[in-house]
Structures are given as structure tokens and as C-alpha cells.
Design a protein around this ligand. Structure first.
Ligand SMILES: Nc1ncnc2c1ncn2[C@@H]1O[C@H](COP(=O)(O)OP(=O)(O)OP(=O)(O)O)[C@@H](O)[C@H]1O
Ligand SMILES: [Mg+2]
Length: 209
């Protein structure tokens, strides 16, 4: 039997607000096997980011529970979240150095090549387009070689061609490394349908309306 990496049981989550709690997730039951590629597709505001934040341990459940058995995970946020004062290469190197990884320079070079940004290694985030910044944040996550890769609408800011290339790279990475990928996307996004049809499974987060 395959190892379960993420297990949610009757998971519920609400945000606290002055005028009452905002219930976002209710009775989510979910098992994610090691090595699988799971896509969540849902409309804006249905709770995709909230679910990812619960998996990453950035939020705590309001009810039920969630267990994540990954040794290490990387999170590609919906916004690139780069350090504005650091170059592209040092944005990617920082978490590697913090975790005392070896061959940092080599890893940074490899992931920059993978996302097609080798020649921008010495630029600062403000010198890049939104899509390029997002590719840096994807490169930063990949450089950590995580067991579990959490991706929150990672290709949303990319043009169609780049998105397709990134889809293919991600597919190939997933196939060759056996990583577990948990991938969120909004409804109106062709790239994710491509992923689902060919190598993903499909799951609906709660729909609000
Ligand atoms: N900090 C917060 N406080 C209160 N409510 C919040 C907070 N963050 C999000 N929400 C609400 O929780 C719901 C789910 O938000 P979430 O960001 O998880 O949705 P999403 O599916 O990721 O949406 P999108 O596709 O637009 O990114 C929304 O209705 C939103 O208004
Ligand atoms: Mg979101």
C-alpha cells in the first residue's frame, strides 16, 4: 500500500473577523499518497490558499485535523514573495544556505536554467516582469528538493507558451523525482486541465456559492 503523505479528517477552518468568523473549509476529508500529483481547482475565494496554508502549517484547523508526513516541503506562494533587496540568485540561495545545503551555486544554476532565467541571475526582482518573478519563486522552491511541493496558482502570471513549458518541466520533474505535488488553480485556467488530464487527479475544494 502506498504511503500517505497528507491526511485531512473532517477538516474545518474559519478566519476570525470582528463581525463574526468566516467559515472557509468544512468537513474536508483527503488522503494524498506519496508521489502523487494532486490538483485542486476551484473558483476564486473557495479556500484553495487556505487549504495550502493548513497543509504548510501556516494556519491551524478550527475543527478536525490534518497530518503531513513530509520531511520537508516548499511552498510557491500565489504572490512571488521575493526579497526585493536581493538578486535573483541570492533569493534562491538564501533558503539553501539557511538549511546548510551543499553545492548551493550548482543548485541555483540548475534551477535558473530550468525556469529559463540564467541570464537574469544578477538582476533584482524589480527588474523582472511579474511572470519572471514567479518563475524565480518556483526555482527557489525547486532548489530545496522538497518531498512535498505546494504550489498556489504558480503559473497564473505566465504567458501561454511559458506556462506550457513550465507545465512540461514540472511534469518531467515529478516523473523523474517522485516528489509529491499539491497544485492549486482557479477554474479558468487551461494549463491545469492539461496537467489533470495527463498526470493528475482531480479534487474540488469547497465551493462557496
Ligand atoms: N485573513 C483573512 N481574514 C478573513 N477572511 C479571509 C482571510 N483570508 C481569506 N479570507 C476569506 O477566505 C475565503 C477563502 O480565501 P482563499 O484565499 O483561501 O481563497 P482562494 O480559493 O485561494 O481564492 P483565489 O483563487 O482568489 O486565490 C475568501 O472568502 C476570503 O475572503
Ligand atoms: Mg488563493
Amino acid at each position: 500500500m502506498s504511503e500517505i503523505l497528507i491526511k485531512a479528517i473532517d477538516l474545518g477552518f474559519s478566519y476570525k473577523a470582528d463581525n463574526g468568523d468566516v467559515e472557509v473549509l468544512k468537513d474536508i476529508n483527503l488522503s494524498v499518497s506519496k508521489g502523487s500529483f494532486l490538483s485542486i481547482i476551484g473558483p476564486s475565494g473557495c479556500g484553495k490558499t487556505s487549504l495550502l496554508r493548513l497543509i504548510a502549517g501556516l494556519e491551524s484547523p478550527t475543527s478536525g485535523n490534518i497530518e503531513v508526513a513530509a520531511q520537508n516541503s516548499s511552498y510557491v506562494f500565489q504572490q512571488p514573495a521575493l526579497f526585493p533587496w536581493a538578486t535573483v540568485k541570492s533569493n534562491i540561495a538564501k533558503p539553501l544556505k539557511l538549511t546548510k545545503a551543499k553545492q548551493v551555486e550548482q543548485k541555483v544554476g540548475d534551477v535558473l536554467e530550468l525556469v529559463g532565467l540564467s541570464e537574469f541571475a544578477d538582476k533584482y526582482p524589480h527588474q523582472l516582469s511579474g511572470g519572471m518573478q514567479q518563475r524565480v519563486s518556483i526555482a527557489r522552491a525547486l532548489a530545496m528538493e522538497p518531498d512535498l511541493l505546494l504550489m498556489d496558482e504558480p503559473f497564473g502570471a505566465l504567458d501561454e507558451q511559458t506556462r506550457e513549458n513550465m507545465n512540461l518541466e514540472l511534469h518531467s520533474l515529478w516523473k523523474t523525482t517522485g516528489k509529491t505535488v499539491f497544485f492549486c488553480n482557479a477554474f479558468d485556467f487551461g494549463g491545469c486541465v492539461f496537467i489533470d488530464r495527463y498526470f493528475g487527479s482531480f479534487f474540488y475544494a469547497r465551493k462557496n456559492n
